[in-house]
Design a protein around this ligand. Structure first.
Ligand code: FES
Ligand SMILES: [Fe+2]
Length: 440
């Protein structure tokens, strides 16, 4: 689709439905966005030993994240240079000393270089191929960079560096790692994988949608709050497990209170939602953790670290990070109406087990496919996509608090005070979308 056709689809405060439902637009998005910008591949601790690998989808490209013998992490196309067979059929594993294609036994080093072809001399003497031909190597991602253990790849050789791309949203990784007494996190194997029957942008728009939690998740929040109140009556003060609060907040933080949150929107479509759901309790587990942190960082730095006021960071076009609770969700579009999310959580290195249990509780209660919270969202996503595919209307509206956002000279857009439910994040994402797609 050409520039003028695309630009007719996106206005600052509304978007045509085809943006979500047209398969041709989906193909262009994959080429111009997902297969161009920095995409999260995985965490270095997913592949600790040489030969460890994980397969990962970048746009339409099947890729392999692999740890080499030299300790370096590589990202390769999952495609044999011989006749195109995928080199790894499993989702993860250890490939040993080398990759060996299951079709005709060509072998490759971990960095993709050809190692051996059976009977190469006799088979290829005098042909266009010899053992040094570059086309006999497994193709590598154009660029790979890692930040605090989080590995990204870009399939385009040009464009901003990873740090430039992330900009201030890099705080997602700093906040997560700084909360570890040892300054590092470790991935918890394995992840939940959920296939949503909806366009990938619907998931991203929901991440910082401060208007929806107290509506969509009201029934879950209320039920949890009822039990929490009952337990509080019976127990001594402060003895109700924190996990009830993780759910009851969806009901106790009523719709009007969400306006007190704030969204900060950055170039490239990234966005931060402030607020921390009041999760700085004073129970014995937290106090023990605080002590370890103060020992590791000193009082002043400790206060800075735990005082970071972030609920959620969205890294466009495919990553949602809840750093204070060590949660990460990666979005892998599979088709115009089919999206895979991988849901991970992390362990703070050097923190007590009880603090890890808290992160696990949030993972299971809020982000896992088994929770009512995630199920509430999934139902909306499917219903949104089905409604958008109908002839019942042409536009999706992002007009809430439009014209009231505060924009700085550097292009950072903040929702105005007491307007946290502004649809600024969606407008910002579509602005980035239009720019990547060449519509603006
Ligand atoms: S396709 Fe891989 S060795 Fe033939
Ligand atoms: Fe939700």
């Amino acid at each position: 689709m050409g520039h003028s056709d695309l630009s007719r689809l996106v206005e600052p405060d509304r978007v045509r439905k085809e943006v979500y439902t047209d398969p041709a637009i989906f193909e262009q998005e994959m080429a111009r966005i997902h297969e161009t910008v920095w995409i999260y591949c995985g965490h270095e601790t997913q592949v600790p030993k040489p030969g460890d690998y994980y397969t990962v989808q970048i746009g339409r490209q099947p890729m392999i994240l692999v740890r080499g013998k030299d300790g370096k992490v590589h990202v390769l196309y999952n495609r044999c240079p011989h006749r195109g067979n995928m080199i790894c059929g499993d989702r993860k594993g250890n490939t040993g000393e080398q990759f060996r294609c299951s079709y005709h036994a060509w072998t490759f080093h971990h960095d993709g270089k050809l190692k051996n072809i059976p009977m190469m001399e006799s088979g290829y003497a005098g042909s266009r191929l010899n053992k040094d031909s570059p086309e006999l190597c497994v193709k590598r991602a154009a660029r790979v960079e890692s930040y605090r253990g989080f590995v990204f790849a870009s399939l385009s050789s040009s464009g901003p560096s990873l740090k430039e791309f992330l900009g201030p949203s890099i705080v997602a990784f700093d906040d997560m790692c700084d909360r570890a007494p040892e300054g590092e996190v470790e991935v918890v194997p394995n992840c939940f994988r959920v296939i949503q029957h909806s366009n990938w942008k619907i998931f991203l728009e929901n991440q910082l949608d401060a208007l929806h939690p107290s509506v969509t998740h009201q029934s879950t929040g209320r039920a949890a709050h009822e039990v929490e109140k009952m337990l509080a009556k019976k127990a001594k003060k402060g003895e109700v497990p924190l996990s009830y609060h993780m759910l009851s907040a969806f009901a106790t933080v009523t719709i009007d209170k969400w306006d007190n949150f704030q969204t900060i929107n950055y170039p490239h479509g990234h966005c931060i939602l402030t607020g921390y759901m009041g999760l700085r309790p004073q129970d014995p587990d937290t106090k023990a953790y605080d002590k370890i942190m103060i020992k590791a960082y000193g009082q002043k730095r400790f206060e800075e670290i735990v005082g970071v006021n972030i609920h959620h960071v969205l890294l466009y076009p495919g990553l949602s990070v809840q750093s204070p609770l060590q949660q990460l969700r990666a979005v892998r579009p599979l088709g115009v109406d089919k999206t895979l999310t991988e849901i991970w959580h992390f362990r703070l290195k050097g923190a007590p087990e009880a603090i890890y249990r808290r992160s696990l509780a949030y993972y299971n209660l809020v982000n896992s496919p088994a929770t009512m919270v995630n199920a509430d969202d999934l139902e909306n996503f499917w219903k949104c996509h089905t409604g958008l595919a109908s002839d019942g209307g042409d536009w999706v509206s992002f007009a809430r608090h439009y014209g009231r956002d505060l924009e700085s000279a550097s292009g950072v857009v903040e929702s105005a005070p007491s307007m946290g439910t502004s649809e600024a994040p969606m407008r910002n994402q579509m602005k980035a979308w239009a720019r990547y797609m060449g519509a603006r």
